[in-house]
Design a protein around this ligand. Structure first.
Ligand code: ADP
Ligand code: MG
Length: 560
């Protein structure tokens, strides 16, 4: 600690690069401070540090991380407390560029496994960033001293010590996380797809703001016929709407809350923070939102179940394109989701290709079967469930055809869910017969994407992996467009996806039969050894993505 002070004094006024000399680890009375990477310029990405506090000093109870769910909730809560303490105790701007900043990465509404704050056998480690202060382009030692010897210790004192935390809020956070995992486990046991608790608050502030709508929202109430109760470890008995496996249709007039419900189900694969409104809205962990995505690339996917005999005999068993249509992209999205072991498809008419979803009778009469390459999902969705145990939740206000194939029909009426399955059954056409003459469902093929496609090196030989913005993964020479992979919720997931693909290529591509099993190996290794295995450099900006989104990124890499 004194050494660091002396070093800083000696560097005062020198060129900014001389900050590099403080690299190393320093012992403070209540913590250790390690510089993992020191920025070379006040305008560069800020300096990365790791702060460690031993359990002996912090007095955290091992109860806080006694299982994986609790540990996730604990780490997330403490990271958020660090972030709040930074806002409170750090003055902020101290000179040019990033000077003066101290921070940690968190997500607003979701509790994700990340590496910003982690529990270890004898300590808690916080990966933070510090914008080392500059006076022009020189070291501002006095300011640095205030940051590292005054502000940072204050932040630590108010976040990484048990007695400084709001213990009630922490307990709630941990228990909320445990309950959501318990709910997901219950879904699995009961063969359900999703659960939406009574009292849940589904609408969000806007399409780009995931915080709960504060303007007089209508809370969710389950229709009595679909209501189930479940006992959670902490919340006790909770009632709500259970969506069973099978085909569930969500109908209702425009602007009555259909998409809002589906969106909540999409996000139900993640845990939410207390107060989010969707803490008890949970979906099976492998559910995938399926949408049309025209223009995307497709690598060797068998879409023949949906698209067959294309003009000029293009092979749809090994379908390649660099510019998919709405329907071919939606078909590929389904087949790729199934390849990852997905058991529930979430589909909204708003983002679907009409010709992929339906083809009505008159159109079937006008365009002969052998002139129409598309078998709409309508004709496959029952078979998907019956033969392959894949459930669907489909928002469809615009066509009654799906009434014939639905097990349950939920109507959204002024943001309230009603069970209209009986009425829908009465409308089912007596002459509705299952479609005939369909191509047999193809055997699921597990692809291994070619190594050349997955190369993270740029032409200059350097590896490049970063999240371009919230929707792009920069990977080697590739810019992978993830804007329509709708279940990504954090830029850290995008960055981590890039690292996982690279890790897969270097460690598992050769010795695993296909990409899904290779990526699964990486995920297993992360679960046991932590996210840090992915990178030599230390950052606190990674967040664990699902297998589904990692594969989505791989599937969207364009060939050079
Ligand atoms: P639909 O898909 O049926 O056309 P949306 O789900 O897009 O309707 O919802 C329409 C609007 O209503 C959105 O702006 C949404 O935020 C709002 N909304 C949805 N559910 C609720 C609710 N429970 N309370 C208040 N507003 C809601
Ligand atoms: Mg809608």
């Amino acid at each position: 600690m004194d050494k660091l002070k002396q070093l800083l004094h000696a560097l005062n006024g020198k060129g900014y690069k001389s900050y590099k000399q403080i690299k190393g680890c320093y012992r403070f009375p209540g913590h250790t401070l390690e510089f993992d990477h020191i920025q070379g310029d006040p305008f560069a990405a800020p300096t990365r540090i790791t702060v460690r506090v031993t359990h002996e000093q912090s007095h955290f109870s091992t109860q806080c991380w006694s299982n994986a769910s609790r540990c996730l909730g604990f780490e997330d809560f403490v990271a958020r407390t660090v972030a709040t303490a930074c806002q409170r105790y750090v003055r902020g701007r101290r000179g040019s560029g990033n000077s003066g900043r101290i921070g940690i990465t968190t997500n607003q509404q979701y509790i994700l496994k990340r590496n910003a704050l982690t529990v270890h056998t004898d300590h808690v480690a916080a990966r933070m960033v510090v914008g080392l202060p500059a006076d022009g382009r020189s070291v501002a030692a006095r300011e640095a001293e205030i940051m590292l010897f005054d502000e940072l210790p204050q932040v630590i004192r108010h976040s990484l010590y048990h007695d400084a935390l709001d213990v009630t809020a922490m307990g709630r956070h941990i228990e909320c996380c445990e309950d959501q995992d318990a709910l997901r486990h219950w879904l699995h046991e009961e063969n359900l797809v999703a659960f939406v608790a009574d009292g849940a608050l589904l609408p969000r502030r806007s399409g780009v703001d995931d915080q709960p709508l504060s303007d007089a929202p209508i809370v969710f109430t389950a229709p009595p016929t679909l209501r189930r109760t479940v006992t959670l470890p902490h919340a006790g008995t909770v009632s709500g709407m259970a969506i069973s496996s099978g085909v569930t249709l969500v109908v209702g007039g425009g602007f009555h809350g259909k998409s809002t419900l589906l969106r909540a189900l999409e996000r139900g694969v993640y845990n939410h923070i207390p107060g989010d409104g969707r803490e008890q809205v949970v979906t099976v962990g492998n559910a995938v939102k399926i949408r049309a995505e025209d223009g995307r690339v497709i690598h060797d996917v068998d879409i023949s179940a949906f698209i067959d005999h294309l003009p000029f005999d293009r092979d749809t068993r090994h379908f390649h394109t660099e510019n998919a249509s709405g329907s071919t992209s939606q078909a590929a999205n389904i087949m790729e989701a199934l390849e990852t072991g997905c058991k529930a498809l979430l589909i909204d008419e708003d983002t679907s290709a009409t010709n992929f979803m339906i083809r009505d009778e008159r159109m079937q009469q006008l365009v002969a079967r052998d002139k129409e390459p598309i078998t709409p999902l309508l004709h496959r969705v029952r078979e998907l469930h019956r033969n392959h145990d894949i459930s669907s939740v489909i928002v469809m206000g615009g066509s009654g055809d799906y009434l014939d194939v639905a097990d349950h029909v939920i109507m959204m009426d002024t943001y309230q869910a009603c069970d209209v399955s009986e009425q829908a059954r009465a409308l089912t056409r007596a002459d509705a017969r299952p479609p005939t003459g369909l191509t047999p469902w193809p055997t699921l093929r597990q692809r291994r994407l070619p190594r050349v496609l997955l190369n993270a090196e740029r032409r200059n030989g350097k590896t490049k992996i970063d999240a371009g913005d919230h929707t792009t993964l920069l990977y080697g020479e590739h810019e992978i467009d993830l804007s329509r992979v709708e279940q990504l919720v954090d830029p850290g997931q995008i960055r981590t996806i890039g690292q996982i693909i690279r890790f897969y290529v270097t460690h598992y591509h050769e010795n695993t039969p296909d990409s899904v099993s290779g990526i699964q190996r990486v995920l297993t290794q992360i679960a046991t050894q932590g996210l840090d295995i992915l990178m030599d450099t230390k950052t606190g900006t990674l967040a664990v993505p699902r297998l589904q989104e990692i594969m989505a990124a791989i599937n969207r890499i364009r060939p050079d």
